[in-house]
Design a protein around this ligand. Structure first.
Ligand SMILES: [Ca+2]
Length: 206
């Protein structure tokens, strides 16, 4: 599957006449009522503090867009260290991760991203559960919300954002990321609030 995809990417590359994919022109929109919830430094305003980075070519860095700090993952389509000999097949990757403890009732992973590059993919996972996948670029910031399986609530899991290039595509993959949060769904939040009020009422009546 990958070689076919790489071939397609080379065709696309030629067809596009090396037209560069658009990078973000302005800062990401902050989701309404944004709350990091269980994630540490999910808005990257403290740099990459709390996050662990990994990459085999290219890397993970931080960049400011319109004064807003966003994580910037990039993977190279070839290994510069190996020169021409290392170009095919080669698959570059980069990842950004942190361990999160998902409180009971917290069932929503939200983030804002902009993907540049059509020859690789981005995947978001909590341990072995894949919560999100995309292999085509975006033309703007995307406000994404993924459901967290109930089985993961109450436990500590590795939250990972991962990008990888297709072997032999020669193309790089870039992910701009901001406003990562793990929170209850608004409906769940209302139930939790009602539950909280119930506890208060019970305490008062004692
Ligand atoms: Ca930010």
């Amino acid at each position: 599957m990958f070689p076919a995809r790489a071939g397609l990417c080379i065709v696309v590359l030629l067809a596009m006449s090396f037209a560069a994919a658009a990078a973000p022109s302005g800062p990401p929109p902050m989701p309404p009522g944004y709350d990091m919830g269980a994630v540490s430094n999910g808005d990257f305003e403290a740099g990459l503090t709390g996050w662990t980075t990994s990459a085999n070519s290219g890397g993970v860095a931080l960049t400011a867009i319109g004064g807003d700090q966003v994580a910037f993952l990039y993977a190279s389509g070839y290994d510069e260290d190996l020169g021409d000999e290392g170009q095919i097949p080669f698959s570059g990757f980069a990842s950004l991760s942190q361990y999160v403890t998902v409180p009971l009732g917290y069932d929503q992973l939200a983030f804002v991203f902009w993907l540049v590059g059509d020859c690789g993919y981005v995947e978001v996972s909590l341990d072995s559960e894949h919560l999100f996948y995309r292999d085509w670029s975006t033309a703007d910031w995307v406000n994404e919300v993924a459901s967290i399986p109930e089985s993961l609530a109450g436990g500590t899991h590795l939250l990972e954002f991962y990008i990888e290039t297709a072997p032999g595509s020669f193309l790089d993959e870039y992910l701009y990321l901001d406003y990562v949060s793990i929170t209850p769904e608004p409906a769940t939040l209302a139930l939790l609030a009602v539950g909280g009020v119930g506890v208060l009422l019970r305490r008062r009546s004692v």
